[in-house]
Design a protein around this ligand. Structure first.
Ligand SMILES: [Zn+2]
Length: 137
């Protein structure tokens, strides 16, 4: 199974929804969810982290957080800090990458970054596991 990464899978906060544990159909503590999450853009319900705290995102005034005059805001900074500590990933870093090189370059970068060395599936950002073949990095 090859990676089919779409710009719709890149959330406003810079996370790649395609690598999220919820997207694979699981919760953070490994339980199976009733429905896999289809990603921040394709579902109408506000993102659990940023969107519900941000009027500009909720009213679709901006697409990515870096388009905001307050970028990076306190909400994003605390989420970024948590991601760096827990998952070794900077969301602000992702956003700056998109801002600088464009979304298509970022998608290419992400495709390589999360490619499973075993089956070319996608490795999950949260638990470093490939849900296609079970490989853990
Ligand atoms: Zn794999």
């Amino acid at each position: 199974m090859s990676v089919n990464l779409d710009s719709k899978l890149i959330a406003p906060c810079g996370i790649n929804c395609g690598t999220c544990v919820a997207f694979f159909g699981y919760t953070m503590n490994g339980k199976k969810r009733r429905h896999p999450c289809s990603g921040c853009w394709s579902r109408e319900r506000p993102c659990a982290f940023i969107k519900k705290k941000c009027k500009k995102l909720a009213s679709k005034q901006i697409h990515y957080c870096f388009e905001c005059t307050d970028f990076p805001c306190q909400t994003l900074k605390s989420l970024d800090k948590r991601y760096i500590e827990k998952y070794g990933l900077s969301l602000i870093g992702n956003l700056k990458h998109i801002q600088k090189n464009g979304i298509n370059e970022f998608l290419k970068y992400e495709q390589e970054r999360w490619k499973c060395p075993n089956c070319s599936g996608v490795v999950c950002v949260h638990n470093k596991k490939c849900y296609t073949c079970g490989f853990t990095r």
